[in-house]
Design a protein around this ligand. Structure first.
Ligand SMILES: [Cu+2]
Length: 193
């Protein structure tokens, strides 16, 4: 659903807001510097600062609240009541991936799976990720090498990663946590059809 461009847009928006906030702080400092005279008594200078600070805080809080109201719903987290359309179990091991449909009730080292799997496009896929030995990291990349989603693969623990592929194609799985000699050779492929 959400593409990497959406994240970029959110990042750009955050950068613009930070820039505006910085400009505001600088203008307050410049305003104080230009309007304060050396002879001005301390009390009136203090009152002036408090007045500006109060207005600045109200403005800042309003901006933050309004931005949160508009942006929080854009967060790429699935709703709690959302049920995935498909579940895929992923087991990481030194140094390969095993993936299979559903959530078979077997120990990770007993799970039979393949490093290639096919999933439907535009359906919410839940990856149930674990490890049969050491910590790994399950990371999904698109054909251009852009990281789309990732989660830790930990022994004796299941991490659930929900992701909806918006486009058909082959996606690559790499390990993002150094796990030994052949870590860099841990490849798998997700075919989105
Ligand atoms: Cu690794």
């Amino acid at each position: 659903m959400l593409q990497s461009t959406t994240f970029l847009t959110i990042q750009s928006t955050a950068a613009i807001i930070s820039l505006i906030a910085t400009a505001l702080v600088i203008s307050v400092v410049v305003f104080l510097m230009t309007t304060s005279s050396v002879d001005e008594d301390k009390t009136s200078a203090k009152n002036k600062v408090y007045k500006i600070r109060g207005r600045y805080m109200i403005g800042l809080i309003s901006c933050v609240v309004i931005s949160l109201l508009f942006t929080l719903r854009l967060l790429p987290y699935p709703q709690f009541h959302d049920k995935p359309d498909r579940t895929i179990t992923v087991v990481a091991m030194q140094w390969a991936w095993k993936m299979t449909d559903g959530e078979p009730n077997v120990k990770p080292d007993m799970l039979e799976g393949t490093p290639d799997i096919s999933v439907p496009v535009n359906k919410q896929i839940q990856f149930v990720v674990t490890s049969q030995d050491v910590n790994h990291n399950f990371a999904i990349y698109d054909a251009k090498g852009v990281l789309l989603a990732q989660t830790q693969a930990m022994p004796e623990y299941k991490n659930r990663l929900n992701y909806t592929f918006a486009e058909k194609g082959d996606y690559h799985v790499f390990c993002l946590e150094y796990c030994g000699l052949l870590h860099a050779g841990m490849f798998a492929t997700i075919h989105v059809e």
